[in-house]
Write a protein that binds this ligand. Structure first.
Ligand SMILES: N[C@@H](CCC(=O)N[C@@H](CS)C(=O)NCC(=O)O)C(=O)O
Length: 206
């Protein structure tokens, strides 16, 4: 399998993290977002939206980080990553939607501003980040894994990357002890690979 990837992208990281946690061999194909490689013809043929990550598995091309998580979870067969029962699947889908929405427009956008100088409303992104983290904190105060399962699911993987680097976007994790414990639990899983850290936002201070 080939993973088209940009190292500072949390969307790319969640796909790479899941591949390594599953012990699946893959080759990284770097896509230089700063150079606009994602908008070149060859890449657009893989993903017309011009975004990483994209997974290529033989004839199959899967764009979108959440689609990749689901594809890999189904490809590797039944497991704790995506349990069969409909209630858990519904719960997982709910958190994948949080990842694609509130996490993308909250913690992720706040970091895009500090790290890449994105023209966006930092105050609004940071406010959404905290509203979202408060809900996640409450949930993780009651269960080890976000979908309420005894073992991690792809919903935990989807949420991990941008939450882990939230301080880079000036979103402190100090008020969220349950989230910090959950991050540590994920980081102890065999095959874990870290999200690259950058000295921006609050992370510049430590
Ligand atoms: N829905 C997509 C979003 C992916 C995304 O936003 N990728 C960003 C990097 S983090 C990207 O490739 N941006 C390049 C651009 O917009 O030009 C997913 O979940 O994979």
């Amino acid at each position: 399998m080939k993973l088209y990837h940009f190292p500072l992208s949390g969307h790319s990281h969640r796909a790479a993290l899941f591949l390594t946690l599953c012990g699946l061999p893959f080759e990284i194909v770097p896509v230089d977002l700063a150079r606009g490689q994602q908008k070149e013809k060859d890449f657009l043929a893989l993903n017309p939206f011009g975004e990483v990550p994209v997974l290529v598995d033989g004839q199959h091309v899967i764009a979108d980080s959440h689609a990749i998580l689901l594809y890999l979870a189904r490809k590797t067969g039944p497991s704790h990553w995506y349990p069969e029962d409909p209630c858990t699947q519904g719960e997982i889908q709910k958190w994948l939607a949080v990842s694609a929405g509130k996490i993308a427009y909250g913690v992720c956008t706040a970091r895009l501003i500090t790290l890449f100088g994105a023209q966006d409303d930092a105050e609004k992104a940071i406010a959404l980040a905290h509203t979202t983290l408060k809900v996640i904190e409450q949930r993780l105060g009651a269960t080890d894994w976000i979908a309420g399962t005894p073992a991690p699911t792809i919903a935990d993987i989807a949420l991990y990357s941008y939450v882990a680097v939230a301080p880079e976007g000036n979103v402190s994790l100090i008020p969220y002890p349950a989230i910090r414990h959950w991050l540590s639990r994920l980081e102890r899983l065999p095959g874990f690979v870290p999200m690259p850290r950058s000295k921006v936002g609050m992370s510049a201070e430590c």
